[in-house]
Every structure is written in structure tokens, then in C-alpha cells.
Design a protein around this ligand. Sequence first.
Ligand code: NDP
Length: 310
Amino acid sequence: MPANVLFSARSALWPVYEPLLTQYLADAKVDARLSTEFEPDQVDYVVYAPNGGVHDFTPYTRLKAVLSLWAGIEKIADNETLTVPLARMVDHGLTQGMTEWVVGHVLRYHLGIDRHILVQDGVWEPEAPPLAKERIVCILGLGTLGEAAARALTALNFQVTGWSRTAKDIPGVTCLHGSEGLRQALSQAEIVVLLLPDTPATENALNAETLALLPKGARIINPGRGPLIDDDALLDALNSGQVGHATLDVFRVEPLPEDHPYWTHPNVTVTPHIASETRPVTAAQVICENIRRGEAGEPFVHLVDRTLGY
Ligand code: NDP
């Protein structure tokens, strides 16, 4: 009997993914049917995004796995109606996009690019930027995205410090963990990049106390998730000069409300959750590989630990 694969994401994505999933499932010789409209009790796999409309998994009585199109799974991680394995998206294209975005914004700060792009005031100040090897960048979160960004920045000769929940060993990166590791990482960080998941343990990772550990004038780049930062504490730190500038891609409420102080703060750059995105050509391969595994009785990859929330 073919496996029924329900595609539950933004409707505009269906014409993009349908031919890709069809092709890759055929290539992998997986007997499967794809639709956006199966009866819940006929579904074996849900290809899932939070805006696809499935919230209650109770009627999905023969479900084998939920395969997320998103890397961040905080909107489904605590869904108590979900009792089957949940896989998050680990997509080479998404990772590459995030690496490029992080490197671009780190270089903006490192080179002081704004000084010459935004201020053409007739003042000739020939001050060259330092070399990357003189700049300490700290990455909070050394998972798929954080490690890739750390490796790219290391390749450019930045001094990279990373922080994660468990101990890591990444060539050229000073890897720290635990609460003392966080203090150590932040105390020298001139540029901080947040690539942590949104979990109960990471909420307000940057708060008044941890922001105060930074060298004065440090810059923050957040492509992780909004709740990683205590917004009031960041605004205070920006107003006092403790934080020199912040580039924020993600927010507690999205779209960021029009009257939010971040929009008009002179030392904040807001980007509309575009740091990276799942790329269909590569992501569809990841989805199909997990369906193949499920049908072959092999373990799924990229499973979420629901107790940790990522
Ligand atoms: P991973 O799950 O691969 O990595 C998460 C990292 O965070 C791991 O290194 C993990 O530590 C660390 N971590 C988790 N909890 C803690 C904690 N309590 N203390 C310290 N470290 C912790 O995730 P990805 O790299 O794939 O993605 C990271 C996040 O990026 C996503 O959750 C999502 O929110 C965001 N994202 C944003 C996008 C955008 O466009 N803005 C696009 C895609 C993703 P350990 O390694 O020890 O487990």
C-alpha cells in the first residue's frame, strides 16, 4: 500500500514542492502518494509548516512522522497531540543562506561599512579597519547553523568563540558551554551572533545581566529567534551605549509591530525574518530521505528531542 504524504504548508509552496517531492520519491523508489487533502486517518507522513493549518494531530491515527519544513520547531515542539517522531529541517541550502547572511552582517560591523555608505559628509578620515584576526566574534549556538557560520568566520581569520549546551570541538573555534562558559564567551565578544533555538532554557539568553558582561559598544546580530533577547534590556543597553548596535531579524511578534521602538532606534537595523529560508530543491531531498527511511524501517534523521525543545 502506498504511503500517504500530506503537504501542510503555505498553499503557494505546493506547486513548488509537489514536482520535487514526486521526483525524489520516485528516484528513491518509494511508493507514496502526495496531496494537500487526505483524510486525517489516511495520512502516514505530514510535511509540516506552522502556517499549514494542522494543529491537532489527534485524528491522524496512522501517522508515522511529522517532517518539518522549518529549522525552528518551537511552534510544534510542545504540541501534546503530537505523539510520533518530529524531524526538523536541516537543509544545505538553508545553512548556506544563513552563513552568507551572518558573514555579511559581521563584515558590516567589522569593516565599519556604514561610516562611508551612510555618511558622505566631506570629511576625509583615512582610518583603515582592523584585520579579522584582531576581532572576536561570539556565536551562541553551535548547531547546524552556528557551526557553519563559525567555520566560515574562522576561514576569514576572525577569532571565533562559540557557546552551546554540550561540549563541542570545532577546529579553530574556542568552544565553551555551561553558564560559566557563557560568561567567558560574552566577556570578550565584540560581535555576538545568536543562533540558538527558542526553548524554555534559551529564553532571554541576552538579558540585563548577560548584556552587562559584554565589552562596551559590542554589536548584536540575532537571526535566531526573538525570545532569545529581553527586548527592554536590549533597548536599555542600546540607549546607554553598552550595546553599540543591533541587527535583528527575528522578533517575539512578527511582523514587528509598526510602533515598536526597534523600527526607529538609530542603532538598530530591522530585517524581516529573511536571514535564510528553506530552499525547496535541497529541502525536498531531506524530506524524501526521511520518508524513505520510514518506509524501509530505518531510523529517521534530524529528530527533535521534545524534552529539550529542539
Ligand atoms: P540546532 O538544533 O542544530 O542547534 C542549536 C544549538 O543551540 C546547538 O549547538 C545547541 O547545543 C544550542 N543550544 C540549545 N539549547 C541551549 C542551551 N540551553 N544553552 C546553550 N546552548 C544551547 O539548530 P540550527 O542551528 O539548525 O538552528 C538554530 C536556530 O536558528 C533555529 O532553532 C531557528 O530558531 C533559527 N533559524 C532562523 C532562521 C532565520 O531566517 N532567521 C532560519 C532558520 C533557522 P548542543 O549542540 O549542545 O545541542
